[in-house]
Structure formats: structure tokens, C-alpha cells
Design a protein around this ligand. Structure first.
Ligand code: GLY
Length: 364
């Protein structure tokens, strides 16, 4: 089992370990019993993950003499809302959960964000532990303490920064992960390689087939590298005042494309197209040599992710969506562009005309 420490602002209390390995359930329980002793553990999970792993978790906690129960939410983004928060909070109260309770987020990004949000506000906050079961969760969303639920007006509009006490990443969960979910994770992995690690990009270029076949050795190496990159960014900029924005590479246009597709495009597909668009914008603005775009497109295509925007998409609708997102932030679109692989920067002056041109160029 590998271990990485997230050191936050020299506050030892909010620093935590990310543990990564394959088949680490028993060791995870021992470590929780040792480092996060609690009178009660409540595992929050979704209907899919509960069916596959809920009982194994309850048994493992019980065998270690720990008092654990499960609360289930329906699988999918539709659970990430304030009524689910109210529902879970009511059930926590009914179960007698108090500030001596530790919540366990067992699931993907939705469960992680939702559980983190509840943990940050329930009885003015209780500790929580992330056990990510998706590749996106393992390389990205379980680390860094972003918690949120959606509002009807948009995603992640209610949330907090609230760090978990520990993250346990078990590669065994990837054995049951559907292909499209795995590809969502690959998009984030490609993102990390483009913004921060040319060596990992090369590794992906040379080993994509084995990675797609879920080779454990390769995945362990990749997941650890991504966690290392993410933790070092979060250590410097926990609250996304600056540097952390580079993690949004591909996400600005990606989110707009997802929304315009009415979420028929997956998050990974949106991010894949957003990364190509960001690379193309970087070329058009004379930051990046043109041949780097082909490299970005090739690795994305190799991962089974799209490189072309569906012809039916209306570029103006994508731009209108970008403007909506801009109003929700600080009235500026922060595009993450690149000067070369491993050298991202934030640019706030990308023109609408250039965005429109790139969207048209990328149409199938
Ligand atoms: N997923 C981007 C971040 O955590 O900042």
C-alpha cells in the first residue's frame, strides 16, 4: 500500500493521508480503528455501490468491533441536491449520529461531494473519510476537500471546502467500473499529464491499451502520480485562489458542452473536447506550437474519448452557456491554456470569436 500525505497550511489537524493499493479493505479498517476511532460510523453510499460492496464493508467494520451502518442514496447526479442532504441529515439524527460520529463516503464523485457537504454542516461538522470507488474519484474528486450539491440553476452551487480525515483508494473497485465511468477517469488522468507531467503523457501514449485493459501495475503508478500532483496543488492553494484553477484545464468548455448536450455527453467526453479546444486556443493565441494539438488529440482518441464535436451542436449555444457560467463566477471566463505540455496558465482574455472559430473547426 502506498501512502501520500496532504500537508495543509502547516495545520497538522487538517492534514491527511491518501492510501492507495489493491485489496486494502482489511488494512483500511485497521487504520480507521487506530487513527479515526469513533463511537459510530455511518457509511453513505449509492444504490449501485451498496449492492456491490455494502455488505462487505458492514462485515469488515463489525469484525473489527466497530459500530457501522449504511445510508443509501439513489445512484446518479440527481441525488446531489439539498433534499438529499435534508433526508440524510434526518436519518443521521434518527440513528443517533452526533459529533462523535464519522461519516464514510463510499462511492464516486456524487457520493463524495454530497457526504463531504453533509459532514461539513451536520452538527456544525463531523469528520469524514473518502473511499472513492470510481477512477474520477480516485484521481481527483476525493482529494482536496471540495464538497457540493447542485441547485436547479447549475451544478455545485452550494458547497464548502472541507477536508476529509483520510482517503483510501482501492484499485479493486475498478474491476466493476463500467467502461464510460472508466473513460471519465482517463480524461482526468490525461488532464494531469498535460498540465503537469510530460513523462506520464509519454507513458499513456505508449501504454494506453494496457491501461484500458486495467493493468493494475500501470493503474497504481498512474493513480499515485495523479494524487501526488493534485495534493501538491491543493497544498499550495486549498481554496482555489489561483494555482488550483489549472485543474480546470478542459473543464471550462467541457462543462458548457456537457450542458448544451443536455448531459448526453459524459463529463469525460466534455473534458476531452474541452482539452482539445484549450490546446487549439493556445495555438491560435500563439502560445503553443501547432504539432502539440495532434499529440493531445491522439492520446484522447487512444483513450476512446471523442475528438470531434457533434455537428448538431450550435456554437452560439455553447458560448451562451459559457457566459452563464461566467456570471456565476467573477464575471470573467478563466481559460486554462498551455505554453507546452506541463506548462499551464490561466488566461482571462480569450475572445468569443476565437472560441466560436475553434468550436466550428472541431465539428464532426
Ligand atoms: N476537481 C478540481 C479541483 O478539485 O479543484
Amino acid at each position: 500500500m502506498r501512502s501520500l500525505k496532504v500537508n495543509l497550511d502547516k495545520k497538522t489537524l487538517s492534514s491527511y493521508e491518501i492510501r492507495i493499493g489493491k485489496g486494502i479493505l482489511d488494512r483500511m479498517i485497521l487504520l480507521i480503528a487506530k487513527n479515526n476511532k469513533a463511537a459510530r460510523y455511518v457509511i453513505i453510499t449509492d444504490s449501485h455501490v451498496n449492492r456491490l460492496y455494502g455488505q462487505a464493508f458492514l462485515t469488515a467494520f463489525a469484525e473489527a468491533g466497530l459500530n457501522a451502518s449504511i445510508l443509501e442514496v439513489p445512484a446518479g447526479e440527481s441525488s446531489k441536491n439539498i433534499s438529499t442532504v435534508m433526508d440524510i441529515a434526518g436519518k443521521l439524527l434518527a440513528a443517533g449520529a452526533d459529533r462523535g460520529t464519522v461519516l464514510i463516503a463510499l462511492g464516486g464523485g456524487v457520493v463524495g461531494d454530497l457526504t463531504g457537504f453533509i459532514a461539513s454542516i451536520y452538527m456544525r461538522s463531523v469528520p469524514y473519510i473518502q473511499v472513492p470507488t470510481t477512477l474520477v474519484g480516485q484521481v481527483d474528486s476525493s482529494i482536496g476537500g471540495k464538497t457540493a450539491v447542485d441547485l436547479p440553476q447549475g451544478k455545485n452551487l452550494l458547497g464548502t471546502f472541507y477536508q476529509p480525515r483520510a482517503v483510501f483508494t482501492d484499485l479493486n473497485f475498478l474491476d466493476t467500473l463500467p467502461e464510460n465511468e472508466f473513460n471519465n477517469g482517463l480524461a482526468e488522468i490525461i488532464k494531469y499529464s498535460i498540465i503537469e507531467d510530460e513523462k506520464m503523457l509519454k507513458f499513456l501514449e505508449e501504454n494506453m491499451d494496457a491501461v484500458k485493459n486495467r493493468d493494475s501495475g500501470h493503474l497504481l503508478k498512474i493513480i499515485e502520480t495523479c494524487c501526488r500532483i493534485k495534493k501538491s496543488i491543493v497544498e499550495i492553494d486549498e481554496r482555489e485562489q489561483g494555482l488550483r484553477r489549472i485543474l480546470n484545464f478542459g473543464h471550462t468548455l467541457g462543462h458548457a458542452l456537457e450542458a448544451v448536450s443536455d448531459y448526453t455527453l459524459s463529463h469525460g467526453e466534455g473534458v476531452a473536447l474541452g482539452m482539445i479546444a484549450a490546446a487549439r486556443l493556445s495555438v491560435k493565441m500563439h502560445y503553443l506550437p501547432e504539432d502539440e494539438v495532434a499529440r493531445v488529440e491522439k492520446v484522447i482518441a487512444g483513450a476512446g474519448l471523442p475528438v470531434k464535436i457533434p455537428a448538431s451542436f450550435i456554437s452560439d449555444a455553447v458560448i451562451a452557456r459559457l457566459k452563464m457560467d461566467k456570471k456565476k463566477k467573477d464575471d470573467v471566463i478563466h481559460f486554462v491554456l498551455i505554453k507546452k505540455i506541463g506548462m499551464p496558465f490561466v488566461n482571462s482574455s480569450v475572445s468569443e470569436k476565437l472560441i466560436g472559430d475553434v468550436l466550428e473547426e472541431m465539428k464532426a
